[in-house]
Design a protein around this ligand. Sequence first.
Ligand SMILES: [Zn+2]
Length: 117
Amino acid sequence: MPIYEYWCNSCKARIEILVPTFKSDPPCCPQCQNNSLQRRFSTFMVQSSYKDVYDNILSDSQLMRGMMHNDPRALAEWNKKMSGGEPIAPEYQETLEQMERGIMPSNPDSDTSGEVP
Ligand SMILES: [Zn+2]
C-alpha cells in the first residue's frame, strides 16, 4: 500500500496518507479539512540523481581512461551506470555483453570487416 506525502496549501501541514487504492478524488487535509493538497514525491522514490551518477563515473578514473580510448568494456560499464539498474532491452543486452567481452559492436550498415566471433 503506497504512502503518499501531501503538502497542505491552506495550513502548510505536511501530511502522509495511506492510499488503499488509486483514487481520482484528492484527499482532504486532516487538520483543516481543506482539499488544496499538493502531492509531494517521497524521497525514497528518487533513488539517485543523474548528478550522483555523473559524479560516480567522473570519480572512476579507470573508467574515464577506458572511455577516452573507446574501450568497449568501459562503454558497457558506463551504460550500466547510466541505466541505474534498469532492465535493458533484450536486443541491446547482447550488444552490451559483447562490449563487456571487449568486442566493439559493429554497425550493421557498415559491417565489412568480416570479423568472426
Ligand atoms: Zn490543512
